[in-house]
Design a protein around this ligand. Sequence first.
Ligand code: FAD
Length: 117
Amino acid sequence: PQRSDCPVDKDELGRNTWSFLHTMAATYPEKPSVEQQSDMRSFVHLFSKFYPCVHCAKDLQEELKTNVPDTSSQSSFAQWMCRMHNTVNKKLGKPLFDCRKVDERWKTGWKDGSCDV
Ligand code: FAD
């Protein structure tokens, strides 16, 4: 079998999960209903209980105690997710991402057209 058919390690799991989370934030409703807002808060909360990297999940749960997901609109949620990812970047000593560019990275593609087919 190819290496890509093997169980994922912490970093591959992280990259794949960030792709999912930022793409979900990019497609979250512009004007979410009260129910959608509370469902997404619940989703993030439940996600943090089952994220399959035990020490990552522990830190995430701790963070969520004081940093409640802002699910009031698509842009607010995308910005919240970007800040969340930056909290992890900071912890790991990685460069911080400029959250003004989150739509270009995860929603529209870069202004230079490099994501266009
Ligand atoms: P990643 O951090 O995976 O980022 C992928 C891509 O996202 C980047 O190439 C960049 O284009 C984009 N990006 C980067 N920052 C942002 C941002 N702020 N907003 C939007 N887009 C951005 N690993 C640990 O070792 N310890 C942990 O405690 C830990 N906790 C984690 C918690 C969660 C919820 C998740 C999803 C992952 C966690 N990880 C943790 C994994 C870690 O965050 C990285 O995914 C992993 O180290 C691989 O890093 P990477 O450099 O490939 O890029």
